[in-house]
Design a protein around this ligand. Structure first.
Ligand SMILES: NC(=O)c1ccc[n+]([C@@H]2O[C@H](COP(=O)([O-])OP(=O)(O)OC[C@H]3O[C@@H](n4cnc5c(N)ncnc54)[C@H](OP(=O)(O)O)[C@@H]3O)[C@@H](O)[C@H]2O)c1
Length: 258
């Protein structure tokens, strides 16, 4: 990296799937980037490709967001490299299929740390810089899972309900500051998520997936909205869910990922 301060959008979970696609579309729009994930080799390959194709600078930072000090170390690395964050995409996350009792406790606690705690931690630490920057934004990747309980993926669904609620509240709190906050709620999307979560053979994923390209296009185009639900099918499912008793929606969610 050269010594000129870099004004960049930070994307967590940029080594695969939706996060990688955020990096691609933001690069195409001319944004400098900070890419974050555990797999540094993947981040560096993506950074080289994007820098060769677009007139941008890309920094890569390896970080395991399941560690309690990850956000603090990440922000220290940004300061050391003189990077000012002008946009934050809290995208890193994972799920796992299984009952609360059957899944290892540490796996479920790591899920809360990555999907919830590190997201809040990073947001809090970067808000002062975001407030100083015109037209800055935060996109928190929630899920259609945020709208009902999910038996057989209880912690994952609860983590995404947190992300949705937190982002909606933050959207209102920051309305007059110029920082746009959005909760992106994708449904089943073609990425590494399903295999990581042991969900490839579920009805939810067999019923069809959206491309990461379409999900991210919608997210970036709608980033001033509090809640963004890409895809007509996902939107309809959520509206139908709102009209149904909770006992119906949670049982349906359980069936889709049995
Ligand atoms: N795909 C779907 O159907 C779907 C639907 C709704 C919501 N979402 C949400 O979308 C987001 C992105 O998921 P995806 O579909 O793109 O899945 P993916 O292809 O599996 O990508 C997940 C990303 O998160 C990163 N990550 C996971 N654990 C991490 C950790 N401990 N520390 C740092 N980074 C970590 C991974 O990087 P490393 O492994 O290199 O660390 C990877 O870059 C997640 O929040 C997910 O819950 C996905």
């Amino acid at each position: 990296m050269d010594a000129t301060p870099l004004r960049a959008v930070l994307v967590t979970g940029a080594s695969a799937g939706i996060g990688e696609e955020f990096a691609r579309q933001l690069a195409m729009a001319g944004h400098h980037l900070v890419l974050v994930a555990r797999r540094l080799d993947r981040l560096e390959a993506l950074a080289s490709e994007l820098q060769a194709r677009h007139n941008i600078r890309v920094a890569c930072i390896a970080s395991d967001l399941s560690k309690s000090d990850a956000a603090e170390s990440l922000v220290a690395a940004l300061q050391a490299q003189q990077i000012q964050v002008t946009g934050l995409i809290n995208n890193a996350g994972f799920g796992d299929r299984g009952t609360v009792q059957d899944l290892p406790l540490q796996r479920q606690l790591d899920m809360i740390q990555v999907n919830v705690t590190s997201l809040v931690d990073l947001t809090w630490r970067l808000l002062p810089a975001l407030k100083e920057s015109a037209n800055s934004f935060v996109i928190n990747v929630a899920s259609t899972a945020a709208f009902q309980a999910g038996p057989n993926m209880a912690v994952y669904y609860a983590s995404k309900a947190f992300v949705l609620s937190f982002s909606e509240a933050l959207h209102e709190e920051l309305k007059r500051t110029g920082v746009a906050v959005s909760a992106l709620c994708p449904g089943a999307t073609d990425s590494e998520f399903a295999s990581e979560a042991n969900m490839s053979d579920t009805l939810l994923f067999k019923a069809g997936t959206m491309t990461t390209e379409a999900v991210v296009r919608k997210a970036l185009a709608s980033r001033r909205r509090a809640i963004v639900i890409p895809g007509l099918k996902n939107l309809l499912m959520i509206w139908l869910g709102k009209l149904s008793p909770r006992v119906v929606t949670r049982r349906l969610a359980g069936m889709l990922q049995a």
